[in-house]
Design a protein around this ligand. Structure first.
Ligand SMILES: Cc1cc2nc3c(=O)[nH]c(=O)nc-3n(C[C@H](O)[C@H](O)[C@H](O)COP(=O)(O)OP(=O)(O)OC[C@H]3O[C@@H](n4cnc5c(N)ncnc54)[C@H](O)[C@@H]3O)c2cc1C
Length: 435
């Protein structure tokens, strides 16, 4: 069994439609395994985890309020297929739709609209969970609130989520109106992002290998749901979906090929600004059209480093972070900067006001060293990393980044699971759980 980036352990995933039965005695539940590192993998002593993906029934929907109750294994892809045509959409979408509701809640995921709509947790009304004692409990802001808040972003460590009740968002059409701007350097890019705060959805791609006058160049993308009058009447046709057939040989991925990719990506639009209607899939989850795109990183796999640099550290800190990347090289195709709004309610929820930088890193002999260097910088500026993307951070770094939040989280977890029956490879690595 493996995490999305390639970390693997010798364990099985047990699947079943009855998640309540399946999680009886399970050390962990996983969804579609899109967390990059070891969050969805069991600790070394466990041979299996519960897999939720067959427990995916829609249980109840109120078309007047948009409140949906569904099993935790429901995929976002199915949810979008069912609800887009009915004028509803997930209030928060990550960069892939191959995730489950349970996984979205356990990571308290954020999207391009974080500065406006917060994380998914803000829209969750209640959770039905099997906790370590074996009991099935419902938690919400008023019922077992400690469990509820620790579970939002709690990486599956507070219990098995069986059902999620959340409020979907009403949308005026099934299409996105988007603008895409080429930005010639770092200042243009970051100023453009900051000035786009009135757009409900924003994100930047940055060319981490550009240096000199082009340092920090990138593409600023901003979007909103198209009004019914602007949108074509029908849903977009499913795109052609190629598959990367095998792991790319190690020599294909080097600074030269990544530079070439970045150059092509930067210049893929002929005009400095393009705008128009696009499908929600290509807007929210552009990589989903290439099956197994992770194989482009070759057999050693890759990891992602995602951190948030707090607003108070200023854009100079974001520049200094990108400067580390430009000087070291070694990064992958994807580096994305996102504006983050207020901190979520989840005890360990990742985003906080500032700018998030997410960076794919191919696994190489010096990747651990680079992650250490990036984390030392994140600590210096008072930021934090996103646990669902992490595979290589050191416990002492995470302890400093999380401080008192982590103590609070671990105390709630201990109260519900004194014997630490529910554990993961991540909790062994970062929180010192028994293997
Ligand atoms: C291409 C790509 C783009 C992404 N973009 C974003 C983004 O924009 N924003 C963002 O926030 N994230 C993003 N992610 C990360 C992804 O949204 C999260 O890792 C999400 O948790 C994956 O869901 P999953 O169902 O695959 O969960 P898994 O990877 O299977 O599990 C993730 C965590 O959730 C726990 N979990 C899963 N199901 C349950 C359950 N039923 N009960 C208890 N715990 C459970 C697991 O134990 C594990 O700790 C992206 C990932 C990829 C691959």
């Amino acid at each position: 069994m493996r995490g999305w980036g390639g970390v693997s352990v010798p364990a099985d995933e047990r699947l079943g439609e009855d998640l309540a039965a399946l999680t009886d005695g399970a050390v962990l539940t996983r969804g579609l395994g899109r967390s990059y590192g070891d969050a969805s993998l069991p600790p070394p002593s466990a041979r299996w985890v519960a897999g939720s993906k067959l427990a995916d029934r829609l249980l109840e929907f109120d078309p007047t309020t948009g409140v949906l109750r569904a099993e935790a294994g429901l995929s976002l892809e199915t949810m979008c297929r069912v609800f887009l045509r009915r004028g509803w959409f997930t209030p928060v979408s990550p960069g892939t739709w191959f995730v489950t509701l349970g996984g979205m809640v356990a990571s308290d995921i954020h999207g391009k609209n974080h500065h406006v709509d917060g994380t998914i947790g803000k829209h969750v009304l209640s959770l039905k969970m099997r906790v370590a004692s074996g009991d099935v409990v419902t938690c919400s802001r008023t019922e077992h609130p400690d469990l509820f808040f620790a579970t939002l972003g709690g990486m599956g460590l507070t219990g098995h989520i069986l059902e999620v009740t959340l409020r979907l968002a009403r949308i005026p059409s099934r299409w996105i109106w988007r603008q895409s701007h080429q930005m010639r350097d770092f200042d243009e890019l970051i100023t453009g992002l900051e000035r786009s705060a009135e757009w409900p959805q924003t994100v930047c791609w940055i060319d981490t290998l550009a240096t000199g006058a082009s340092f920090g160049r990138g593409v600023l993308m901003r979007g909103r749901w198209a009004e019914a009058t602007e949108a074509p009447p029908n849903l977009p046709k499913p795109p052609f979906q190629p598959t990367v057939p095998f792991d790319a040989p190690a020599w294909t991925l080097n600074d030269l090929t990544i530079k070439a990719f970045n150059l092509l990506y930067y210049h893929k639009q002929i005009w400095p600004r393009v705008q128009g209607i696009v499908s929600p899939r290509s807007w929210f989850a552009p990589l989903d059209v290439i099956n197994e795109w992770r194989r482009a990183y070759g057999a050693p796999g890759f990891t992602q480093h995602q951190c948030v640099i707090p607003r108070e550290a200023g854009t100079a800190a974001v520049r200094a972070f990108c400067d580390i990347l430009a000087r070291r090289g070694g990064s992958g195709f994807l580096c994305v900067i996102k504006d983050c709004g207020p901190e979520g309610e989840g005890t360990l929820s990742f985003p906080r006001p500032g700018m998030s930088v997410a960076l794919d890193l191919p696994m190489r002999s010096d990747t651990q060293d680079l992650v250490d260097q990036l984390n030392a910088f994140v600590i210096e500026v008072g930021g934090r990393i996103y646990l669902t993307k992490d595979a290589l951070s050191r416990p002492e770094h995470v302890r400093v980044m999380e401080g008192e939040r982590l103590e609070r989280f671990l105390a709630v977890r201990r109260a519900w699971d004194p014997e630490l029956k529910i554990r993961s490879a991540l909790s062994v690595r970062l929180f010192g759980d028994p293997p």
